[in-house]
Write a protein that binds this ligand. Structure first.
Ligand code: NDP
Length: 299
């Protein structure tokens, strides 16, 4: 029986934690808004799940503590104080941060934990809510290889592909670059489809051709047909979070002194789109900004 704590039952954390409500695991869950953790536990009457009232309460006795919060700063904010993680985590345990965070803050957290004999891995995920529900996420891990091998079975409950990427921060860096690609694809496809609609090409026809051609992407294949063309725009991954990811990517590229006009501009565009559309908007709704500016819809 492995004791695991999971903190952060948001859109992706909840289905990830669900896979740990399974034989072989004793799971403690904590969420800032307690009612969500209570509902999670209530829905799993047959599993060994405990609703923890504080981060420390969740971490007590856990060999592995998993966090999945919006930012690395949110993770750092759970460490200290009488109810903080560090008051309960013990030597030899591991903090696995599945947040799409930033490398520098994670390196700082890892250094603090290391003084206490606690290991840290950054382990952001890709595959979305659908992948989290199916247990088919890709987990990109930064940190010590031996520590990863120790916790790999835990990560494989929700991850189909668990990859060691490099030292602490490498997972976050890779995730941020992936997110920058996603953002550039969404924005450029949005611009292209609005122009094609104006030129008399139906978006469904355009996507059918693009998806059989070299311009295709996850956005053209899996995001635009069911979300944009239908105007459904389901809310599964917040635009605010993608804008945050782009900020991390843009900073990484600046720090690495790589000329990066496209990613720097994408960071500005998504940040402005977040300001315009608000905190609850989904990432794909960014195309609404293009549509508004052009005065035409993709449909
Ligand atoms: P949500 O906004 O749906 O959930 C955020 C979670 O973090 C909630 O449980 C929220 O608690 C908690 N939280 C927010 N701020 C704090 C804080 N200051 N202290 C403690 N808890 C806090 O986000 P997601 O679940 O979508 O995303 C989580 C992470 O995973 C992000 O880094 C995101 O970029 C990444 N991610 C998300 C994907 C997706 O498809 N959704 C895909 C891949 C990565 P409360 O219930 O109280 O609000």
């Amino acid at each position: 029986m492995t004791n695991v704590a999971f903190l952060g039952l948001g859109a992706i954390g909840r289905p990830m934690a669900h896979h740990l409500a399974a034989p072989g695991y004793s799971l403690a869950v904590w969420n800032r808004t307690a009612v969500r953790a209570a509902a999670f536990k209530a829905g799993l009457t047959n599993a060994d799940v405990r609703h923890a009232k504080t981060p420390a309460d969740a971490a007590r006795g856990a060999a592995v503590v998993i966090t999945c919060l919006p930012t690395s700063h949110d993770v750092a904010s759970l460490l200290d104080g009488p109810h903080g993680l560090l008051s309960a985590m013990t030597k030899g345990t591991v903090l696995v941060d599945c947040t799409s965070g930033d490398p520098a803050t994670s390196q700082h957290i890892a250094a603090r934990l290391s003084e206490l004999g606690i290991a840290f891995l950054d382990a952001p995920v890709s595959g979305g809510v659908v992948g989290a529900e199916a247990g088919t996420l890709t987990v990109m891990v930064g940190g010590d290889v031996a520590t990863l091998e120790r916790v790999r079975p835990v990560l494989e409950t929700f991850g189909e592909k668990v990859v060691h990427c490099g030292p602490v921060g490498a997972g976050h860096a890779l995730k941020a670059v992936n997110q920058a690609m996603l953002a550039v694809h969404i924005w450029s496809l949005g611009e292209g489809l609005v122009a094609l609609a104006r030129a008399g090409v139906q978006p469904a026809v355009a996507l059918d051709v693009i998806n059989a051609s070299s311009g295709r992407s996850n956005s053209s294949m899996n995001l635009f047909p069911p979300r944009v063309v239908t105007r459904a725009f389901p809310r599964t991954f917040k635009l605010a979070l993608l804008a945050k990811d782009l900020g991390i990517a843009a900073q990484l590229l600046r720090e690495q002194k790589v000329p990066s006009p496209i990613i720097q501009l994408a960071a500005e565009l998504f940040s402005a789109a977040h300001r315009e559309l608000g905190d609850e908007a989904d990432h794909v709704e960014a195309v609404k900004v293009i549509e508004r500016q052009a005065g035409a819809e993709i449909k």
